[in-house]
Write a protein of this length. Structure first.
Length: 282
């Protein structure tokens, strides 16, 4: 016997759409709001935004193009998608997305066969050394050009921090990028990270041997710390301010046209003033 509802007609139960989760706001600055994606339309809009930034603006190489111009891979289905919305824009929520971050919790990475970053860095070894800690991989960060401002970055960090607290995350990690495929073009900045900000001891992690490129390209006495810091991409500079350390070696990603470094950020190492700032704001 089939079940039906009498609301002006009979509809089999299985034909009713599944209820969507209510959006939970994680942060707000002016007309900008940050929260997780709640449906397929929002995820697809984030993939389209990534395509605009990575492929149309930064000229990444299309290796697996989709017919509707989206940047998508197998990890999208198991990740949470942190989104920034400009509610002052017209249209439905998925048409208001101006920034995104992809979050992969360790529990889901294990079911999917590993982390995205493991293709470039020995992240699995790092995780194995900390069996009692809960890791979160951050990746695929991008923001539309008009919104590349301090407040958008702060809003993303409000969202990340709320997610970290809600999911009992102990360590954040993942790849961050310099634009271009010639490490020597970023010699001073990379060398500064290698000489002053390398993760050591139990947090040490290296690029995989087949893709390892040295970051230590300039003698310490030839480095000007001020110019090296100024040359860091904003995202990497933000990680550094929060207390992050970096893996040994960088990796050239020819598909995305970037030179990638690995970021390691134990929550316990984050400066208390940033915890108070982002925690209070969120």
């Amino acid at each position: 016997m089939s079940l039906s509802f009498d609301i002006g007609g009979h509809f089999p139960l299985h034909s009713l759409p599944a209820p969507q989760p209510e959006p939970v706001l994680l942060g707000k600055i002016g007309s900008l709001e940050v929260r997780l994606a709640v449906d397929e339309a929002e995820i697809r809009a984030a993939q389209a935004l990534r395509f605009r930034v990575f492929y149309q603006e930064l000229n990444a190489r299309l290796t697996n193009p989709t017919h509707d111009l989206r940047d998508a891979d197998r990890f999208d289905d198991i990740c949470d998608h942190l989104l920034v919305f400009d509610t002052a824009l017209p249209g439905r929520p998925h048409q208001q997305i101006v920034g995104c971050y992809r979050l992969l919790p360790q529990s889901r990475a294990l079911t999917a066969g590993g982390f995205y970053s493991a293709d470039e860095f020995e992240m699995d070894r790092l995780v194995a050394r900390h069996p009692d800690l809960n890791f979160l991989e951050l990746g695929r960060s991008c923001v539309l050009p008009p919104y590349r401002s301090k407040r958008t970055i702060e809003l993303l960090w409000q969202g990340i921090w709320a997610y970290v607290k809600a999911n009992n995350i102990d360590v954040m990690a993942g790849c961050a990028s310099f634009q271009g495929t010639v490490p020597a073009a970023h010699a001073e900045a990379l060398s500064f990270l290698a000489q002053n900000c390398t993760a050591e001891g139990e947090w040490a992690v290296r690029a995989v041997p087949t893709r390892f490129c040295s970051m230590d390209l300039v003698p310490a006495e030839a480095i000007n710390a001020k110019t090296a810091l100024a040359a860091l991409p904003p995202l990497i500079k933000g990680y550094l301010r929060l207390g992050a350390r970096f893996g040994e070696g960088c990796v050239v990603d020819c598909d995305f046209g970037t030179t990638d470094v690995f970021v390691v950020m134990p929550v316990s190492a984050i400066s208390e003033r940033y915890i108070s700032y982002y925690g209070g704001a969120a």
